[in-house]
Design a protein around this ligand. Structure first.
Ligand code: PSV
Ligand code: MN
Length: 389
């Protein structure tokens, strides 16, 4: 049974949670078979921010936007940050890109050729320069590096090169800046990926120091992986930097978070709360692509899904759970957790939004706003932004 004071605390926590949306989710995307264009898609980083401002306007909890360089390259990053500020936003994590240049065919900072490694490190250092201008806290690193065939390169040597490159970037980080290292078990490398799992990412981050942390992209695991265990362990070691949230059915599907497996998202959020991870040190980022669905409402839906999982996790009766666990009452312990999961938190979140002066139903409010019709009419001509464009 949740008391009134508990509900007040749950609401307060929900009001302060911040979910970061990715600039690339506002652009066109697809599969290797087809990228479908949608009317009204942004043609510039500024237009992506205009759309992100709508997500924040209707949800109240999406105040930052992650950039991806070079997809969001502009001449003046401080001006872009000011533009964001004028719309009630801040620029969030800077995502590096060491995977879309012909030079990176055999890898980037793990490449056997020192010239290519220098180029990759140069790009990462440029990303830190951009963070200085935007005021971003986090540099997000994901390496497509790896090999497709046994014997193709020296697995151990590649780890040495990775460590050397990371140190150079780490040493460039300023006060208050962090480096978040993302792992992914396969793709685009199929035989051996250089940062395939949280253990490898953790080992590198541990050696680097306090400012290096692991980021958990929920889509980057094999089916059946217990992601909440990874989250719990990283939080225990003070090495969880944040999340790239999305859903997967088969591979790295980048679908709306909470769509494929809302129960998994709840279990993750429960471990986050249990480990004190609702604090600002954890970046709750989305990393999604909306191939066939309307983008802005899909991002709003994703933000709401994270909120719903968080609300349910906050409602877990910790005392009852503890008592059941201590007494070895397996069924009761499971029931306590499931009670929270099975609670319909939509009315509670509606109240949270109303108390914030927002519409209780962000998707309906967005649809009524006319923004979709306006951008479809105004954003004609020019090149639409797209994943990889
Ligand atoms: C790679 O699959 C990834 O998850 C990384 O976070 C990239 O930065 C992002 O997708 C966008 O491609
Ligand atoms: Mn990611």
């Amino acid at each position: 049974m949740t008391s009134r004071s508990d509900v007040t605390a749950v609401k307060a926590a929900l009001k302060t949670q911040a979910i970061e949306t990715p600039s690339w989710a506002y652009g066109n995307s697809g599969t290797r078979f087809k990228v479908f264009a949608q009317p009204g898609v942004p043609r510039s980083p500024r237009e992506k921010l205009d759309d992100a401002a709508k997500v924040h306007e209707f949800t109240g909890v999406a105040p930052t936007v992650a950039l991806h360089i070079p997809w969001d390259r502009v001449d003046d990053y401080a001006a872009l940050a000011r533009y964001a500020g004028e719309r009630g936003l801040r620029l969030g994590a800077v995502n590096s890109n060491t995977f879309q240049d012909d030079d990176y065919r055999l890898g980037s900072i793990c490449h056997p050729d020192a010239t290519v490694r220098r180029k990759a490190v140069g790009h990462l250092l440029e990303c830190v320069d951009i963070m200085d201008a935007t005021g971003s806290r986090d540099l997000k690193l994901w390496f497509a590096d790896g090999t497709n065939y046994p014997g193709q390169d020296d697995l151990r040597g590649r780890q040495d090169r990775l460590a050397e490159g990371l140190v150079q970037v780490y040493d460039r980080l300023g006060d208050g800046q962090r480096m978040l290292l993302e792992y992914k078990f396969f793709e685009p490398a199929f035989y051996a990926t250089d940062v395939p799992d949280w253990g490898t990412a953790y080992a590198h981050c541990l050696k680097l120091g306090e400012k290096a942390r692991v980021v958990v992209d929920t889509g980057h695991h094999a089916p059946g992986t217990n992601i909440e265990f990874i989250v719990s362990t990283l939080l225990r070691e003070r090495k969880l930097g944040g999340f790239d949230f999305n859903s997967r059915f088969y591979a790295d599907d980048d679908l709306m978070v909470g769509a494929a497996d809302p129960f998994q998202l709840f279990r993750i959020m429960y471990e986050v709360i249990r480990g004190g991870g609702l604090a600002p040190g954890t970046a709750f980022m989305l990393d999604q692509c909306h191939n066939i669905e309307a983008k802005i409402p899909a991002i709003i839906r994703s933000v709401m899904n994270v909120q719903e999982a968080t609300a349910k996790a906050l409602l877990v009766d910790g005392e009852a759970l503890d008592a059941a666990q201590r007494s070895g009452d397996v069924l009761e312990a499971n029931a306590v957790l499931m009670d929270a999961y099975n609670t319909d938190v939509r009315p509670l979140l509606g109240e949270v939004r109303t108390e914030l002066g927002l519409d209780a139903d962000p998707i309906a409010a967005y649809r009524r706003s006319g923004w979709q019709e306006r951008i479809a009419a105004e954003r004609v001509g020019g090149a639409q932004a797209g994943w990889g464009a």
